[in-house]
Design a protein around this ligand. Sequence first.
Ligand code: SAM
Length: 367
Amino acid sequence: MKYLAVLGRLPKLSLAELESLYDNVEPHGHELATFECANEPELKRLGGSLKLAEELPEGFNYLIDSLAELPDGKITLGVSDFRRGASPHKAQGEALKLKKILQRRGRSVRVLENKTAVLSTATSHHNQLAEKKNHVEIIMTDFGNYNLIGVQNISEYAKRDQARPARDAKVGMLPPKLAQILINLCGPLDDGSRVLDPFCGTGVVLQEAFLMGYLPYGTDLSERMVDYTKRNLDWIGCKDYKAECGDAMNYSWGEEINAVAAEAFLGQPMSQPPADTKLKQEKMRCKDILIGFLKNLYSQIDSGTPVVVAVPAWLRPSGEYSRLNLLDEAENLGYNVKKFINLGQKDLLYFREGQVVAREIIVLRKK
Ligand SMILES: C[S@@+](CC[C@H](N)C(=O)[O-])C[C@H]1O[C@@H](n2cnc3c(N)ncnc32)[C@H](O)[C@@H]1O
């Protein structure tokens, strides 16, 4: 089946996530991508996409028929128009045309107002356009029409992020969406796979791994962080996990590891770009830990095991980010660096506007 994704704020990162999981991923401008997948994809597992929709290969006829045949009840209809020359007025016009057709079939229809040509994620979410059978959103593009099957659950993400009992601003707040992206960049994993985060901090990656059906295994240098991870995993209802204190540069993980997903040590939190000498020190410190970790991990995982790590990159006064440039060393240590079709390593950067310490994602697999 062919599906459409509405890409998130960092579209290249969203594309990387889709490429890691699905076939024939094809970007269409900066906002959309199509892909193929045998089973219906679940939006709640994707950190990088805002909406998912399935292709309507026979135009609107099949959709109209199935809506007309639903048991009684009002139909709620919205249109998002991504076509060239789209406007709120045109999108609204398309919605009203569909309303008329459905009314002729005896259905009563509420059309959502198009304040914009594309309905916002919040509008689609609050109107449950992907959840209820009689609530629909049609997504129109220059390459076909699609029917919404999933929309990002903004309130669920906020709850997972903010209601956790153990939080620590100093270790940075990894957004759950980015944690999902890190896990998905490992590629498809079997249910029950053991996901190791050797820099687990407060456990955001492990929390998301559990919700995706994997077994969390966390270690961290700091006993306090291990305790935070345990409290957060208990809070989310995870019963089968391991969390231990250990230095990623020499720890022996006593379990079979199927995938590694982590946000590594990011150095000192900063609110201003560092001076050159400070930057050099920070880079050396972070690089030593990461290289030490990759060396230590190598003999403890099987060939083909994915290792996805978010590492720091620092904002320079020029506005560019200065990176750790770890990839050659990772290759020399026995890891392959993943090559993407629609993006390059420079695109694997996660940051908010003006953020000094950004995260660069490196996607490796043991040779
Ligand atoms: C950026 S934080 C990770 C935060 C985490 N993603 C979370 O959900 O809170 C990095 C973590 O690495 C830990 N750390 C630093 N050096 C380490 C080492 N050598 N081995 C293991 N953990 C280390 C720190 O204690 C910190 O918790």
